[in-house]
Design a protein around this ligand. Structure first.
Ligand code: ATR
Length: 266
């Protein structure tokens, strides 16, 4: 049986083991998937140990995605763009491939929600690591415009230059209209709202929060109260990015929509 793990700090509450166990069960596949708590200064030692123990792959979570990028011996194009790795996969020649499935997971979930990305006007709020991970796959969907806005404007400008898109300050957003608005800030984790004008939601079709919370996020409620037609939290992105990792390791696509529905119910 092949062994996989999620490595992070903290990692106790990760939903990845249950999710991957269910992917494997539905695919008729037989794997083990556990959690690995690495010391904050011990990512490399821990990954070297897992490799020596014969693990075939790992998901990497906070705060090790940049270190995983440096640890991997090869990188996919989307990992290079993201500057971070959330999936490590042992290759036939014993090297380790680093991939980033976060952006593909977001795009898959937006499509599940019926969002028409091609030709749409998309706003991404926030300019941290989460934003960097999703911009490349969003650009590939050929939106009419993709704007990144951040509290610290210089960080939005840096990312916009990297991906050849537009950057705005929060103040610049007044009077602008978007179809899809993505909250990639950490604000919802502490039930805060990014200080952007609520007029951006007027007529928008979807507000998507990368954070997931069982009762929805404050950002979702706020968007709908100000004219946005639909909203979603980021649970679907979590499940879809996991499915992308699973298919990289196992060469088969799990039924992630079914697993998402089960996780919502349970
Ligand atoms: P992550 O990897 O989750 O993106 P990060 O790199 O620390 O984490 O970035 C956090 C992002 O959330 C940043 O864009 C941050 O804005 P600043 O660059 O101005 O710090 C944003 N953020 C966090 N809390 C916020 C809040 N209360 N309002 C608006 N933006 C917030």
């Amino acid at each position: 049986m092949d062994h996989y793990t999620v490595i992070g700090n903290p990692v106790k509450h990760s939903r990845s083991p249950a999710m991957h166990a269910r992917f494997a069960e539905l695919a008729g596949d037989n794997i083990s998937y556990d959690r690995t708590l690495a010391p904050l200064d011990g990512f490399t030692d821990t990954m070297n140990r897992l490799a020596a123990e014969g693990y075939k792959g790992a998901n990497v979570t906070v705060p090790f995605k940049e270190e995983a990028y440096r640890w991997a011996s090869q990188l996919t194009a989307r990992a290079k763009q993201a500057g971070a790795v959330n999936t490590l996969a042992l290759q036939k020649d014993s090297s380790w491939l680093g991939d980033n499935t976060d952006g593909a997971g977001l795009v898959a979930d937006l499509k599940r929600l019926g969002a028409a990305l091609r030709g749409s006007n998309i706003l991404v709020i926030g300019a941290g690591g989460a934003t960097r991970g999703i911009l490349g796959p969003l650009v590939e969907e050929a939106p009419a415009s993709l704007v990144v806005a951040n509290r610290t404007e210089s960080k939005a400008e840096q990312l916009a230059a990297l991906f050849n898109i537009s950057a705005h300050s929060f103040a610049d957003l007044a009077g602008q209209r978007f179809d899809i608005i993505i909250n990639a800030t950490a604000a919802s984790l502490s039930d805060e709202l990014p200080p952007v004008t609520s007029s951006i939601f007027d007529g928008a079709s979807l507000a998507y929060d990368l954070v997931y919370k069982p009762a929805g996020t404050v950002f979702e409620q706020w968007a709908k109260a100000h004219g946005c037609h639909a909203s979603s939290d980021g649970l679907g992105m979590l499940v879809a990015q996991g499915a992308e990792s699973f298919s990289l390791w196992r060469q088969r696509q799990p039924n992630w929509q079914q697993v998402l529905n089960e996780m919502k119910e349970g």
